[in-house]
Design a protein around this ligand. Structure first.
Ligand code: HAM
Length: 424
């Protein structure tokens, strides 16, 4: 016998009942995105590698260590998307929709990480991007969307960290001073950053090792380097959040992992989760990204949120609500031998009922077992007797009172009887 296959390391199959939570989460996000005026964007799962190298930065950890890069049969070099933003901005530059362009997406993302709880090689993100305006009100709207969405999921222990990286010039001035500081203390950095601090000094701020933390805690602080315009912009964002009653904490170390970020950056941390996987969402401005990808200079901002992490956070907080009703209404048990289940199910489904049924001519007992397992509220029984009499037996599967639970109705009256029993 040949051995069977398993899902690749760091990936997961999502099947029922867990998949119902995914449906609920995605449907809730789609509803929120619609309420906030976003439209869905679907872009390819892979792009020319340059889209990501230029977008997230050739020297970023994700581009150098984690991207899934491959050559197709035409010898073009592509990469599986490690995140959603670069593709949406590439599509924006290509199609030039009217601005402000507000897009939402749900997508798998691929990163060759060391798999552990909450960190996968294929994870899934819900996200939004807005292109074409640098109004601080947009920053507030994007952050508020995420915040209200988390509230709707039942999460109550979420902290919002916020920072501003300034525009290119503020950032450059800061990076110069930071580089000088790191050079002075380079021997005290962690092993990895002793080698790499000079290439990308900002990455040292992300390092969670004590050695690097000690050096950077005493170093220059980003907000001190903002020019007047960037400081005013950041103040407006923070004031806007206060006006909406959304608490945020300034985190001057928050520079995030991709090179495209400018001005506002933010991260949502689930306090119920461990530090290695507690970022349930993050994002920020990327006012230079469209230009980087060959378009006109266009402001942009967005966020992405990991579906797996959101579900872990709900579990850790003990949230049990289902988000969406995924129990079916009716299970048809057909023992006539003439497959009347097909037409009954078709009728009811056309009327909006969720219906399942058995196949393969199973016995009554076996079909009833399936009906119970399906979670349906009502079983509809049709055997030779019912067929002869033009009737159907309705059995309430949630009732213990046999007399009350069972009722025979004429087939023409099935819909009204069901409506009454199911309150639909
Ligand atoms: P990111 O912070 O790299 O940002 O990812 C967004 C979210 O995806 C994280 O907060 C986390 O919840 C989830 N996530 C990331 N990597 C993994 C992983 N390996 N396993 C499980 N979950 C993960 C971005 O990707 C940006 N594109 C966000 C953005 C949108 N910025 C502007 N617009």
């Amino acid at each position: 016998m040949t051995s069977s296959f398993q899902a690749p390391i760091g990936t997961h199959d999502v099947l029922a009942p867990q998949s119902a939570l995914w449906e609920g989460l995605i449907a809730t996000f789609a509803q929120f995105a619609f309420r906030y005026g976003f439209t869905l964007a679907l872009t390819p799962m892979f792009e020319e590698i340059g889209v990501f190298n230029r977008g997230i930065g050739e020297n970023s950890h994700v581009a150098t260590k984690e991207m899934y890069v491959f050559q197709d049969r035409g010898e073009r070099t592509y990469a599986l998307r490690p995140e959603g933003t670069a593709s949406v901005v590439r599509a924006f530059v290509q199609h030039q929709p009217t601005i402000p362009y507000k897009a939402w997406y749900v997508t798998p993302a691929f990163r060759y990480e060391r798999p552990q709880a909450g960190r996968y090689r294929q994870h899934h993100q819900l996200g939004v991007e807005v292109l074409g305006t640098d109004d601080p009100a947009v920053d507030v709207e994007v952050i508020a969307l995420a915040w209200r969405f988390y509230q709707a999921l039942g999460l109550t222990q979420v902290r919002l960290l916020i920072n501003s990286m300034g525009h290119d010039e503020c950032r450059r001035r800061y990076v110069d001073v930071l580089r000088g500081h790191l050079e002075e203390y380079r021997e005290q950095l962690c092993d990895e950053h002793q080698m790499t601090w000079a290439q990308n000094p900002l990455r040292v701020l992300d390092c969670k090792k004590d050695a690097c933390l000690a050096v950077t805690n005493d170093g220059p602080s980003l907000p001190d380097f903002l020019c007047a315009d960037c400081a005013t912009h950041f103040d407006a964002v923070r004031r806007g959040l206060i006006d909406l009653g959304i608490d945020s904490t300034l985190d001057p170390r928050l520079v995030r992992g991709f090179d495209y970020y400018t001005r506002t950056t933010f991260e949502f941390v689930a306090e119920a989760l461990g530090a290695a996987q507690n970022a349930i969402g993050g994002g920020g401005r990327y006012d230079g990204l469209a230009e980087q990808l060959g378009g006109k200079r266009t402001s942009g901002i967005g966020f992405g949120s990991g579906i797996e992490r959101l579900l872990l956070a709900r579990e850790a907080e003990g949230v049990t609500s289902n988000l969406i009703n995924r129990t079916i209404d009716v299970f048809v048990v057909d023992t006539t031998g003439q497959d009347v289940a097909t037409s009954i199910a078709d009728d009811l489904r056309s009327q909006g009922y969720a219906v399942d049924r058995a196949f393969d001519g199973r016995s009554m007992k076996s079909q009833m077992k399936l009906a119970d397992r399906s979670g349906a509220r009502m079983a509809l029984l049709i055997g030779p007797q019912e067929l002869e009499a033009g009737q159907i037996t309705m059995r309430d599967l949630r009732s213990d009172d046999f007399e009350q639970a069972q009722q025979r109705v004429a087939r023409e009256e099935l819909l009204s009887a069901l409506r009454e029993r199911l309150n639909k």
